[in-house]
Design a protein around this ligand. Structure first.
Ligand SMILES: [Zn+2]
Ligand SMILES: [Zn+2]
Length: 342
């Protein structure tokens, strides 16, 4: 059973990819930390280009030393951008012509790595599949989105997951301008669940996927197995269960309302009987409770404060992993990590 919950653990918003004046960012290193700290972040990594920016541990914030390395060449001839965290020795940069060697050196020196903005970099599936040892890929990058509308890389993620369902998905800002238009900050982050406020605890949570990525929505509880999912979140409009090929499903409030309306009338009911076999609506203490028996399984929603705040599913997808995505009314998403189901 996969279990992610804020019980007993500290929720820590983390920015894992950012730039300062030490490379091409607009804020000085300490200002980057202060900026994120004053916006509710507990963890910040500076990942300047080709350079490890060093800082004393600031107060009330965990600083993770890091670097973004332009490494090797992809199939289409562009360099990979690889983010390394918990790295203090610049000698790893000697391996920048060979991405696999770079990743291996990062891992053997106790750090971790992930592949930055696959969409923006024009990587292809093979570029990601042939490397081993990185923890994940960026699935959302605020800078790439505001700059050139290439922020989302979830398609890459689904492709790589169908082969390796343990690759994690990370949302980051990759901010350079911060408060100057187009604003490239506070658009995507990861929320880590840590047992104490330390670098080691943050790195452990990252390595073990004890986090979710978000552009806004909060996931407060997530439990899942191959035949059940329970999520508690801030109010969202849409919940999606995503898996290999066409397996999985999405349901959004407007469709849910339409289904309820059709179910109430005899003709309407006939038009949806191939998807739905029963719908019950009740008002409970927590909000409106909607139970749907469908060809995807039994689904229970609670709608409160204008959005879905609880979602439970019992059924069977019969695939090797699932991942969960929610979206709020402003189109902002949050993503669980993949949950292997075999
Ligand atoms: Zn980059
Ligand atoms: Zn960057």
């Amino acid at each position: 059973m996969y279990h992610l919950s804020t019980d007993k653990l500290i929720e820590a918003k983390a920015m894992l990819h950012s730039h300062s004046t030490a490379s091409d960012g607009r804020l000085q290193p300490i200002k980057v930390i202060e900026y994120y700290r004053s916006n509710g972040f507990k963890i910040v990594s500076l990942t300047d280009h080709g350079k490890i920016t060093k800082l004393d541990q600031p107060q009330n914030c965990i600083f993770i030393p890091g670097v973004e390395v332009s490494a090797g060449r992809s199939k289409l001839g562009e360099p990979y951008h690889i983010v390394a965290l918990m790295i203090e020795d610049e000698s790893i940069l000697e391996a920048k012509d060979n991405p696999q060697e770079l990743i291996d050196r990062i891992s053997s020196s106790g750090g971790l790595s992930f592949i930055a903005h696959p969409h923006w970099s024009n990587l292809v599936y093979e570029d990601l599949a042939e490397l081993k040892g990185y923890i994940g890929i960026e699935i959302y990058n605020t800078g790439c989105e505001v700059e050139v509308s290439k922020g989302f890389s979830t398609t890459y993620w689904d492709n790589i997951l169908s082969n390796n369902p343990r690759i994690l998905g990370l949302a980051v800002d990759d901010a350079h301008r911060y408060t100057t238009p187009p604003i490239d900050s506070l658009g995507g982050w990861v929320t880590l669940l840590i047992d104490e406020e330390s670098c080691d605890s943050a790195i452990d949570a990252l390595k073990h996927g004890r986090f979710y990525s978000s552009m806004g929505p909060e996931i407060k509880l997530l439990e899942a197995s191959d035949n059940s999912i329970d999520i508690v979140s801030s109010p969202v409009e849409k919940v999606s269960i995503i898996s290999v090929n066409g397996k999985g499903f999405s349901l959004a409030i407007p469709d849910l309302r339409l289904l309820i309306r059709l179910w109430k009338d005899k003709e309407g009911r006939r038009s949806i009987e191939n998807i739905v076999s029963s719908i019950d609506v009740d008002v409970g203490r927590e909000g409106e409770v909607i139970m749907v028996e469908s060809r995807y399984g039994k689904i229970r929603f609670i709608i409160a404060s204008g959005g879905i705040t609880s979602f439970s599913w019992r059924g069977r997808l019969g695939s090797k992993y699932i991942r969960i995505e929610v979206m709020d009314y402003n189109g902002r998403r949050a993503w669980s990590n993949p949950i292997p189901t075999y």
